[in-house]
Design a protein around this ligand. Structure first.
Ligand SMILES: C[S@@+](CC[C@H](N)C(=O)[O-])C[C@H]1O[C@@H](n2cnc3c(N)ncnc32)[C@H](O)[C@@H]1O
Length: 315
């Protein structure tokens, strides 16, 4: 799968998110400024996105709470994720958030931020008197950075992070890969994970992506994607929950937990689940269950100073 096709997966993910937001699955007043309204999505897809977005947020919130926001978030393959704006509205901004993606993607995101006041004003609001710089397809401000890099090139990532004045490799740091590693060859995703483990002594790596890809339903998912010229190069570690955990533990993380999304769904706040289940009629719960079984949330940690484990050990 070429880099352009990989980049276009961001358009699909952000359109699905925008559609689910419009339907009322969760609140995100910012996504409308980054992506146009797309086609209608099936209720199962909307519920799947709800579980994905809420599952990651529940873990991240625990980490932010335990570290009292004295931490950093690095979002690899962030696409048009609106995490910075959501955390700002919730008064939960960490010391620094860095979004990484291909230049073609960061260029568009930066351009939208530059020309859309609802996005830019929020970045300015936390920048004090320091200017927000948007140039060369990157955004730099004291708390929020959008930067381009190829995730297959860890020295590029490292040098970009070292270029941020107050970025601190010894501070508790959360890495997020939301539907991203599956697009990297397994040796390249391993390299990225290993670099993160070796460079940060106190960190959590949150990964959301496909699992059980070799069973019947998984094979159908893979061949449907292939039919849309979307070859998942990083499918090998998506075999089962153990292979998902192993990729972190064998590359330097202390330990890891992996849960199917069906299980994550059951841990989500009951009142919210009850509310979203009444938004749209679902006549095929079997399909939803199959979908939820074929995605997982895996989180791994390195905890030299005993700061992070407690924050993420359980959902
Ligand atoms: C399916 S999208 C997910 C976007 C976002 N994480 C979300 O869940 O809404 C995958 C993203 O990973 C990015 N990506 C994949 N491989 C990459 C690489 N080698 N370097 C930089 N970005 C990459 C793509 O450009 C795309 O934005």
């Amino acid at each position: 799968m070429g880099d352009e096709a990989v980049q276009s997966t961001n358009d699909d993910a952000s359109q699905c998110k925008r559609f689910a937001v419009q339907k009322g699955y969760w609140k995100d007043p910012y996504i409308q400024y980054l992506v146009r309204s797309g086609d209608r999505r099936a209720p199962e897809i909307n519920r799947g996105y709800f579980a994905r977005v809420r599952g990651i947020k529940v873990l991240l919130d625990q980490f932010l709470e335990k570290t009292k926001c004295s931490c950093q978030v690095v979002n690899f393959g962030a696409g048009f994720d609106t995490l910075f704006w959501k955390l700002k509205d919730e008064n939960k901004l960490p010391d620094i958030i860095v979004d990484f993606d291909f230049r073609a993607v960061t260029s568009r995101k930066c351009q939208y931020v530059k020309v859309r006041p609802p996005l830019l004003d929020q970045v300015k609001a936390v920048s004090g008197s320091e200017a927000v710089q948007i140039e060369n397809a990157e955004l730099h401000s004291p708390k929020y950075h959008i930067m381009w890099a190829d995730l297959r090139n860890t020295s590029q990532i490292e040098s970009k992070l070292r270029g941020i004045d107050n970025f601190d490799f010894s501070k508790p740091t959360v890495f997020i890969t939301e539907c991203v590693l599956v697009y990297l060859q397994p040796d390249k995703s391993s390299e990225l994970i290993k670099w993160a483990a070796e460079s940060f002594a106190n960190s959590v790596f949150i990964n959301y992506e496909q699992v059980h890809m070799s069973d019947k339903f998984g094979q159908v998912m893979v061949s449907n994607l292939r039919g849309r010229r979307c070859e998942l190069e990083g499918i090998a570690p998506c075999q089962d929950l153990d292979t998902q955990k192993l990729r972190f533990v064998s590359n330097g993380f202390d330990d890891a937990v992996a849960l199917e999304m069906g299980e994550v769904y059951r841990y989500l706040p009951a009142d919210e689940v009850h509310r979203v289940e009444r938004l749209e009629f679902l006549d095929e719960t079997e399909l939803l269950n199959q979908l939820l079984q074929h995605y997982c949330l895996c989180w791994a940690w390195k905890d030299k100073d005993q700061i992070v484990t407690e924050a993420v050990i359980a959902l």
